[in-house]
Design a protein around this ligand. Structure first.
Ligand SMILES: [Zn+2]
Length: 341
C-alpha cells in the first residue's frame, strides 16, 4: 500500500519507480451483477523527496471540466522533473460520470456530502471510506476540484477554504490556498456561515486529520476553466517544491467571509438582472420569475452585499432549485437564512 516514504511507490498492486508515472483503476464497489465499480487514477512518483499531493475531481459526475483539468494537468507533468508524489483521481463518482449525471442513480447520493464514508454505506460512502483511508495514510495536501453545475449554474473561478479556527488558516492552509492563484477565496469558518458546520465534506473530514485541502470551483467556460485550473495546479506544486521554479503570488485577491445561496420559491421563466462577477448591494433585485400567464410571481432579492459567484443559466427555474445565485458576501452573514443543503 501507499506509504509516505515508500520508494518506489506502490499502489493497488502497481509500482511507480522514482521518476515514473503509472495509471490504473481502483475497485471501489461491486455491482449486483458482480462487475466492479472502478475509479481511474494516475500516480506520479517524482525523482526526489517531497510531499504527497492528491488531486481529485468529479465528486459530482457532471463536472467534466473539473475531470478534464486534472487529466490535462497530469499529462503535462514530467515525472523526472517532479519531487514528491502526485496522486490524481480525476473521477470519483464513476457511474454518475459515465452517464453524465450529477449523482449516481445507484444511490442518488450527493458524493460531496458522503465523507468520511463508511464501508457498508451508500455507494458514495463506500468509495469515500476507501479513499479517506488512503488519504489519511498518504496525503499531505489535497485539492478537490469542482465546476459548478454545468449547463445549469455557472461559476466564476473561486476557491473554498474551510476551517474551524483561525490558527488552521494561518498555520499552512492560507499559503497553500493562495498558491492556487484564484482571485476570490471564500472562507467557510466553523459554524459561522449560513450553511452551518459542513461536517460531511471531504475538506471538513481531512481538516480533522490535519491535512490541508481546498476546493477550487473552475469555470465559467471550458477555456477559462482549464486555463485557471492548470495554472493553479502548477503553481501550487511549485509552492510545495514539487515542481521547479519560483511560485507566483497574486499581488492582491478578494477574500469573502461568507457565501449565501438564493433559492427561488416559485417556478417559471427566469430572467436575471445581474451577471456573474457583478457587485451587488443589499436589497438589490437579482431576478424575476414569471408564470405562464406572464405575471411576475417572485422577485429574487439579495439579503446582503457581495459578488455574484454562481448564477442560474437556464431560462426556466422551479421552486427550490439549487440555486438561482451564490453570493460571496463582503461581511459575515449573520441573519437566519433558509436553504442549507
Ligand atoms: Zn461540485
Amino acid at each position: 500500500m501507499l506509504g509516505k516514504d515508500s520508494d518506489p511507490l506502490s499502489f493497488n498492486g502497481m509500482t511507480a519507480k522514482p521518476g515514473t508515472k503509472v495509471t490504473g483503476s481502483l475497485k471501489v464497489a461491486e455491482h449486483p451483477d458482480g462487475s466492479a465499480e472502478n475509479i481511474p487514477y494516475v500516480i506520479i512518483n517524482g525523482r526526489g523527496e517531497g510531499p504527497s499531493l492528491w488531486i481529485t475531481a468529479c465528486e459530482h459526475g457532471d463536472e467534466v471540466l473539473a475531470a478534464a483539468s486534472v487529466v490535462e494537468f497530469v499529462n503535462q507533468v514530467k515525472p523526472k522533473e517532479m519531487n514528491g508524489q502526485l496522486i490524481a483521481f480525476p473521477v470519483l463518482d464513476s457511474t454518475a460520470f459515465n452517464i453524465k449525471r450529477r449523482f449516481s442513480p445507484i444511490d442518488s447520493y450527493d458524493f460531496s456530502r458522503a465523507w468520511p464514508g463508511f464501508e457498508n454505506g451508500w455507494l458514495a460512502q463506500q468509495v469515500a471510506a476507501q479513499l479517506f483511508e488512503l488519504m489519511v495514510e498518504n496525503a499531505d495536501y489535497v485539492i478537490d476540484v469542482h465546476n459548478g453545475m454545468p449547463g445549469i449554474a455557472e461559476v466564476t473561478p473561486y476557491l473554498i477554504a474551510g476551517y474551524e479556527r483561525k490558527q488552521q488558516w494561518d498555520g499552512g492552509l492560507k499559503d497553500f490556498a493562495e498558491s492556487f492563484l484564484f482571485e476570490k477565496i471564500i472562507h467557510w469558518v466553523g459554524t459561522s456561515t449560513e450553511r452551518g458546520a459542513r461536517t460531511s465534506t471531504m475538506m471538513a473530514t481531512l481538516l480533522k486529520e490535519g491535512i490541508p485541502s481546498f476546493v477550487p470551483e473552475v469555470g465559467p467556460d471550458t477555456e477559462t476553466g482549464l486555463k485557471v485550473a492548470l495554472r493553479g495546479f502548477e503553481n501550487s506544486m511549485k509552492f510545495l517544491k514539487m515542481l521547479p521554479g519560483e511560485p507566483k503570488k497574486l499581488p492582491t485577491y478578494q477574500a469573502f467571509p461568507d457565501v449565501i445561496h438564493i433559492f427561488p420559491t416559485r417556478g417559471g421563466v427566469f430572467t436575471s438582472h445581474v451577471a456573474l462577477d457583478d457587485e451587488i448591494k443589499e436589497g438589490q433585485k437579482l431576478a424575476s420569475i414569471r408564470n405562464f400567464s406572464g405575471e411576475i410571481t417572485e422577485d429574487l432579492v439579495s439579503p446582503a452585499a457581495g459578488i455574484v459567484i454562481a448564477i442560474w443559466v437556464l431560462p426556466m427555474i422551479g421552486s427550490g432549485d439549487f440555486s438561482a445565485y451564490e453570493i460571496a458576501t463582503f461581511d459575515e452573514f449573520k441573519k437566519p437564512w433558509p436553504g442549507e443543503r
